[in-house]
Design a protein around this ligand. Sequence first.
Ligand SMILES: NC(=O)c1ccc[n+]([C@@H]2O[C@H](COP(=O)([O-])OP(=O)(O)OC[C@H]3O[C@@H](n4cnc5c(N)ncnc54)[C@H](OP(=O)(O)O)[C@@H]3O)[C@@H](O)[C@H]2O)c1
Length: 341
Amino acid sequence: MKALVITRFGGPEVLELQTKDDPSPGEGEVRIRVERAGLNFADLSARVGLYPDAPKPPMVVGYEVAGVVDAVGPKVTSVRPGDRVLGVPRFGGQADTLVLPEAQVAAIPPQMSFDDAAALPVNYLTAYHMLFHVHVLKPREKVLLHGAGGGVGIAVIQLCRLVEGVEIFGTASAAKHPLLRDLGVQHPIDYRTEDYAAVVRRLTHGRGVDLVLDPLGGGDWAKGYQLLAPAGQLIAYGWSNMVSGERRNLLRVGSQLLQVRPFTPLGLMDHNRTMSGVNMGHLWGETALLRGHLNRLLDLYAAGKIAPRVDKVFPLSQGADAYRYLQERRNVGKVLFDCTR
Ligand SMILES: NC(=O)c1ccc[n+]([C@@H]2O[C@H](COP(=O)([O-])OP(=O)(O)OC[C@H]3O[C@@H](n4cnc5c(N)ncnc54)[C@H](OP(=O)(O)O)[C@@H]3O)[C@@H](O)[C@H]2O)c1
């Protein structure tokens, strides 16, 4: 088998396509020949050395795959060789072969491509969990969404459209704005040239928004908190501000930590605001919860209500190019690997 290995912390040059022995499925396990694997911002943070959950290098990352089952261990009942499936490993997905516990594998509907099946899990589970489990999105709510043109961002936009009259303020690089408008973002904001907080205040006549979805972290959490309307909620779900270049920058890390403001129960009560956090990686063991979300998402997909936007598919052998593409903020939607090449 072949796997894209992060050989040590550093820039894209630390990625290496390596050949290893094929793993065999044990009891309750399924082996998948992977067609497509997802690339997520967390993988980039892991490569730089800023993702504490990741294994130590040399490591293979990757949270989501789609492919064909080619072997199953004893006591596997839900899938068999030849089935098309998606899989959600905690790490190890960026490879052409993968063994997973049966509980982390699901059959994919006949009309679903491998591209869509690999693009759906992380982005849509995260978006769905935030909008409909941690928050309860209501008609005509106003939502501030950062990274609106990214993988999670586009999933959030599509899911917001399921609820009547939701108004989205989406920050993104300017080149992504026309597409974001087409997708239903009423107010794209170029955070590089405008102060997004000032824009949101102006457009909401000072009232603010009902929900802030913030994967930026540091000072942006404090800024987003100040933008909450009465009974508003901020969900912190990432810290991409930590990643400033191709390598870890300890000065940047220190300055990010200093920008975090403490939130007290008394303050939350007095302001009628809610602060929440989401880390899907730490929910990977909650199989019933995630299976419920996934089934709902597959139903929405079958009904044509959501559709992953796959921006670019890179051969696994060009792993460094894919990581660079994401880091240079060029993606609009999902970046995938073709693990057969
Ligand atoms: N907590 C969870 O369970 C969870 C799950 C999934 C993702 N996340 C988080 O959600 C965020 C989005 O993840 P994703 O996988 O969907 O990635 P993504 O949004 O597709 O990632 C790339 C985009 O992020 C924006 N960006 C913001 N800060 C950046 C930086 N420092 N370096 C490079 N790009 C930056 C850029 O777009 P613009 O310039 O257009 O803004 C870029 O195109 C990440 O922070 C990730 O860690 C969290």
